[in-house]
Every structure is written in C-alpha cells, then in structure tokens.
Design a protein around this ligand. Structure first.
Ligand SMILES: [Zn+2]
Length: 50
C-alpha cells in the first residue's frame, strides 16, 4: 500500500520511512504517476523496507 501526504507528489511505501504519513494522507494500491520517496527507495534497495 502506498501513502501520499495530501498536497504532495511523493508516494511512500515503507512503513518505517521517517516521512511515512500518519495523518492527512491518501492511500492507494497503485499510485498515480508521481515521485516515489527516495528514502523508501533506498530502504527497499538495502532490504530495510517494512
Ligand atoms: Zn518514504
């Protein structure tokens, strides 16, 4: 599941991301075209994405 803070273009997909939205966000299984969070991407790369 992906989350995006309302009004922002960046999608997060790691619940342990320091920027993971916990309020005022929208959720999607398939994010619309937009940016993916760099922190989430690097966590995934190093196997730390939760
Ligand atoms: Zn993120």
């Amino acid at each position: 599941m992906y989350r995006q803070i309302k009004g922002k273009d960046v999608w997060h997909f790691c619940t342990n991301c320091s920027m993971w939205p916990t309020s005022d966000y929208k959720e999607s299984e398939s994010p619309t075209p937009g940016e993916l969070c760099n922190e989430c991407k690097s966590k995934k790369k190093s196997g730390e994405c939760r």
